[in-house]
Write a protein that binds this ligand. Sequence first.
Ligand code: IPD
Length: 333
Amino acid sequence: AAGPWEECFQAAVQLALRAGQIIRKALTEEKRVSTKTSAADLVTETDHLVEDLIISELRERFPSHRFIAEEAAASGAKCVLTHNPTWIIDPIDGTCNFVHRWLGTWGTEHDVAFTEGSSPALENPGEIPLPWAGGSRLLRSQCPPSQHTGLHALSRRFPTVAVSIGFAVRQELEFGVIYHCTEERLYTGRRGRGAFCNGQRLRVSGETDLSKALVLTEIGPKRDPATLKLFLSNMERLLHAKAHGVRVIGSSTLALCHLASGAADAYYQFGLHCWDLAAATVIIREAGGIVIDTSGGPLDLMACRVVAASTREMAMLIAQALQTINYGRDDEK
Ligand code: IPD
C-alpha cells in the first residue's frame, strides 16, 4: 500500500530525473564557475538553476513544507531541521567533477589534439578516429553516442555527478532519492520499504573485516595544511589497518550509493553537509548498512561528519581509527 508520503516520494523521483536531464546537457556546455568557502568549494549557474527548479516545484505542491538546500545555505539561509516535513536538497553533488571539462566539440582541431600520435588530422569531421586501433576510423553515424567509443562528449568529462533529495518528518529521514545523472541510475530508499537502484534491490556487502574492505572517502572543502595533514593521516591509518584501498570519487552521495550497493564496504568523511548525507542515509540503512557519527555514537545529520559501513563492526573499527577534523555544524552557520 502507498505510504503517507507517497506523493512526496513520487515528486522527488520526477524532479530528480528532470534535474538530471538539465545537468547532463549542461555537462557538455561551457560553465561559469564561482567559489564559496574555499578555492575547492565550487558552484555554477546550473547548481542554482536546478536548486531553484526543485524548490519552486515542491513549494507549489507542498506549501507548508520546509527546505534545506546547498545553495540557499551558501547564501545565508539557516539549516534548521524542525519537526515539520523538510526537504534536504543537493542540486549537484560533485560540482568539481561537473566543471571538469573538455570543451572541444566533434570534429574540431581539439579532436586531433586528443588523438595525437595515433591518428592523422581529420579530413572529414564526420569520422571518429579510434586512438587504440592504430588510427582506424568509424563514421560518426556508425558510432551512437551511447556507445563507449572513448570519444563521446561526456567521456571527456569527469561525469560522476548526482542530484540528491532527502525528506525528513519529525526529524526522522523518510526517504532519499539520488540520481546519477550520466549513468542514469536512480537510487531510492524509503524507511521500512527497502532501497533500490533502477528497480533492483540494494544490499550492502556485509563485510566486517577492515583488512578486506574497500573504503571510500571525500576530501572536504578545507585545504589548509593542518586539515590536509589530518585528512592524509586518517587515510594512512586505514591503509595501515590493511584496508584493500581508499578511494575518492568526488561525489559523497554517489560514494555512499556504492556502499549501499555492495561495491564498497565503508565510507567516512569530515566536512560533508546534511544535503550530502540525508538521502544517502536512508538508502544505506534500507540496504542493511549502518550510518553513525565518527565518534561511534548515533548519526547527527547536522554535525558534518559520518562513518557509514556495511556492518556495525566495520563502522566501529573505522570510527576508532579516525582523528577528528573540526568543521563546525550545519545548524550553527
Ligand atoms: C561535495 C562533494 C565532495 C565532498 C564535499 C561535498 P558538492 O558536494 O560531494 O566530494 O568532499 O563534502 O560537499 O559541493 O559537489 O555538492
